[in-house]
Ligand binder design. Structure first.
Ligand code: UTP
Length: 303
């Protein structure tokens, strides 16, 4: 029994951050979109924090052409620390030092953006033969008490099966997501029967969409290696997940508790900034006032 539990223990997380981020050009010309700030914290740092709060000890970041910004952010910045110390700015110093010590981080280069499946496969050697978490570096699940990925880890450790985050999307938006079908139990879990990547408008079999959190068994590596590149030479993670659906253990969709923000999309990014700003006591009232002003201005045709 102890051995079983150990086999499904999740210590490592893969965070893909090597996409081109074309929706945020020109901002993403020289920095990855995962480094764009939500108020004053890079999206990626919020994602790493979620993983750390869930007990993850090792993070493998999949980097693309602008990897230096990410590596530097999670490393010591001796000159900056020295200056902040000299100026007696202890609060900021503590925040800066905390980022460089929050987790053991390994950076792996994806030489070409050949899709999410390919990005995850780049972490194979670093993760090895154990279950692992995947957190998309531009997707936020806001839950201060129970981190989104911890909710999936619990399902995986209990059932020994892969667990992926799902949420119900509005009718008409299904074509933007991977869509799953299956019966939801009262605990918000679904043994997935089938999944389809970005169905054509009007053809989706359900409104249950896959969002950016996964906990996967080591057999995923084999499935990813056998996945043939699809359109644009990309290797889709969905194809490998479909193999897990067919396995004896199956694959479970889990409806996460928390607010999800798609920070890789312009409107989602703006919404995330407002939502996180409103969580800060020193900003909350001013942000509400600002929103009122903007809405009134838009109504009067000014903004
Ligand atoms: P997205 O499709 O949202 O990222 O991938 P993108 O391709 O950078 O976005 P746009 O459409 O051009 O604006 C989801 C996540 O997977 C990573 C991305 O960095 C993002 O965090 N990804 C995607 C990779 O690491 N490698 C890839 O080849 C593709």
């Amino acid at each position: 029994m102890a051995r079983m539990e150990n086999a499904h223990k999740v210590r490592k997380a893969v965070i893909p951050a090597a996409g081109l981020g074309t929706r945020f050009l020109p901002a993403t010309k020289a920095i990855p979109k995962e480094m764009l700030p939500i108020v004053d914290v890079p999206t990626l740092q919020l994602v790493v924090d979620e993983a750390v709060r869930a007990g993850i000890t090792d993070v493998v970041v999949i980097n693309g052409r602008n990897k230096v910004a990410i590596e530097d952010h999670f490393d010591h910045a001796y000159e900056l620390e020295h200056t902040l110390r000299e100026r007696g700015n202890t609060d900021l110093l503590a925040q800066v030092v905390k980022v460089s010590t929050m987790v053991r981080m390994l950076s792996v280069r994806q030489k070409q953006p050949l899709g999410l499946g390919h990005a995850v496969l780049c972490a194979r050697e670093a993760v090895g033969d154990e279950s692992f978490a995947v957190l998309l570096g531009d997707d936020l699940i806001d839950n201060d008490r129970d981190p989104g990925i911890a909710q999936l880890i619990r399902v995986h450790e209990e059932l020994g099966a892969g667990a992926i985050a799902i949420m119900e999307v509005p009718a008409g938006k299904e074509h933007l997501y991977g869509i799953v079908t299956g019966d939801l139990d009262p605990q918000g879990r679904m043994r997935i029967r089938d999944m389809i990547e970005k169905p054509k408008p009007g053809t989706a079999p359900s409104r249950w969409a896959v969002v950016g959190r996964y906990v996967l068994p080591p057999s995923t590596w084999r499935h990813l290696e056998n996945t043939k590149p699809g359109a644009g030479g990309e290797i889709q993670l969905t194809d490998a997940l479909r193999e897990l659906v067919k396995s004896p253990e199956g694959l479970y969709g889990v409806v996460l508790q928390g607010t999800r923000h798609d920070a890789g999309d312009k409107l989602g990014y703006l919404r995330a900034n407002l939502a996180y700003a409103m969580k800060r006591p020193e900003l909350r009232d001013a942000v509400v006032e600002l929103c009122r002003e903007m809405v009134a201005g838009a109504g009067a045709g000014k903004a």
